[in-house]
Design a protein around this ligand. Sequence first.
Ligand code: HDE
Length: 716
Amino acid sequence: MVSTAEPVGIELPAETVEAPRQGVKQAAMAPALDTPLDRLTTNQGLLLSDNHNSLKAGARGPTLLEDFILREKITHFDHERIPERAVHARGAGAHGFFEVYQSESAITRAGFLCDPTVQTPVFARFSTVAGSRGSADTVRDARGFAVKFYTPEGNVDLVGNNIPVFFIQDAIKFPDLIHAVKPEPDSEMPQAASAHDTFWDFATLMPETTHMLMWVMSDRGIPRSLRMMEGFGVHTFRFVNAHGVSSFVKFHWKPKLGVHALTWDEAQALAGQDVDFHRRDLWEAIASGQFPEWELGVQVVPEADEHRFSFDLLDPTKLIPEELVPVRRIGRMVLNRNPDNFFAETEQVAFHPGHLVPGIDFSNDPLLQGRLFSYTDTQLSRLGGANFHELPINRGVCPMHNFQRDGMHRQSIGAGRVAYEPNTLANGEEFRVDGRSFDPVGPAGFTSYPEALEPPKLRARSASFDEHYAQARLFWVSQSAPEKDHLVAAFQFELSKLQTPAIRQRMVDTLAHVDADLAQRVAASLGTKPPDKAAATAWAGFREGPVTADLAPSAALSMVVEKSAGIATRKVAILVADGVYGLAVQAMQKALAAAGARSTLVGPTLCRVLCAEGGHMAVDATQDNAPSVLFDALYLPPMAVGADGLAGDPRALRNVEQACRHGKTVAASGDSVRLIAAAGVDPKRAGVLVDAADAVSDAFLAAFVMAMGQHRHWGA
Ligand code: HDE
């Protein structure tokens, strides 16, 4: 296995890539002038003598049209923006690598899944769905989880989400879904939020959305970190091995740091306190060498078992419970390099579920089939033409050759007179195999899986897609009590924002099909009539199907941490002020660093604080610019008795109260213990650790680390 000590990124082909016969070259990027970085030039390379003043008729006179330097600079600026993605506009990306643990040749002939000695470069992009490019990271939404593998056989894109199912079953409903969730067209409100009438109007009229609604309203809709999300390919794909044997496959990404969420209150505060919360978290983790890691898992279903489930494998509103088909972890992805340029890489990267290599193929999932059209099409308007595959971030690492030519922003220079096939002129001699002038490469080439079809042509949906509630119920019964509370609160919040009471009623009636208790709890604060299952059946009757037997609760669907996932990369605020015991602070910092966590000294101001032992301590942030929502835990170190400490600082009290309300670990030592009660928090509350001693003991430090590893403490 190749060592991972050094960061591995994409090695883009810098020089000419010679095609087999007809010479296609990457454009030779004229390195004519090696301009030193301390000089400026125009885009044509003309050295500038002044970059501060435009050309004028007299120092106080009008600017001259002649000023081609001003015009070039401003014209370029005027055209800096490209259309943002229609969905998933807000995102963050990173480079890294993928490696398979052992050859998976028994199930697929995809080269990058068959050779454990190879590290495949990847670029991953995570995103929200509904918000525009500048919207907040922490809104309630599904998250995109897209990975581009640069393999020697061609690029493979796994374009998934952090939720294993989707809202709709057929691609033809996608524009409706997105128009419903996006800001309403007259007012362009609300931004990056599903809590408005049009979304719930659509959702309640489309009962197939119910399962995904459960996931989005759960804590999965507000991840703690992009590094702490699962990823899912959602659709059923196909693997095909070298013998042509096909099996169905669902893809999973399992994060090494576990799956964790924010609280809704925290998520809303963060949308103001740090709109870039997730992007910054990913960037800082990679920059500090704490590389995020996921394992790639697969659920493989032999073709013969296609119909053995109570749901249809082709229905993207259903998952395969891990209890029925275990997830086998086959490799790992490490993200170890931040982009050099957000626009060139994260913004211009173009994913497409149809980017694949021999050994991977599609199922007939009607949502997936529609996506196979959409992704190239969208790049044409977003990236301005048909040559987006030549942008450095999209270029493959394998040779590429065909006779497509020209178009906007073409970069490769196709030499020679031949741009058609068959031909006899490309090589100066006749070259023909089976009447073609290219080598069809036999089994090495991609061939679609020859699935037998007997299709009447019709617009219809399979009756096997008709059941919409059993897996929504499975999700509900698989949640822990606090997760259920959060889910109920999320439905209540979203539905309370609606202006049309009838939509609210439709949703609680729909929830009655999922679980009576859930529906009643959601309805309780909304002033609706009691949930009425029959009413939902009446208006949703056109899609009502048989309700299958309940599935057993699935532990994999809950995010509750049963054993400590460790605290690596977690952030702790240590609140300091004049009179702090510096030795206690140092002991805590050391213990946190040993566990891989990061600490920030938060002071009343940015001025250094006086230590009880004498001397000073520098601070990193202030009570104003670093509120508790930016951290996973708080520590209140001991203060010299008589020092004002933090007890008189309302900001510190607010941070303590907020951190406890958000279920975080809060510890206090010595005189600072009184802050807990002063903040209105019961010192016996779960997750609160107090120790009257001025010196922190090893046992106290260990207890703090252990408590943080639980992520949250929901007890009172
Ligand atoms: Fe997408 N989707 N999508 N989608 N999607 C796009 O492509 C689309 C769907 C997903 O970081 C767009 O390049 C249709 C499911 C991700 O760049 C667009 C349908 C899943 C990303 C598009 C779906 C996804 C996109 C917008 C229904 C989870 C961001 C920009 C038939 C499995 C990729 C772009 C990135 C992006 C269309 C449904 C995931 C418009 C028509 C299901 C992660 O082409």
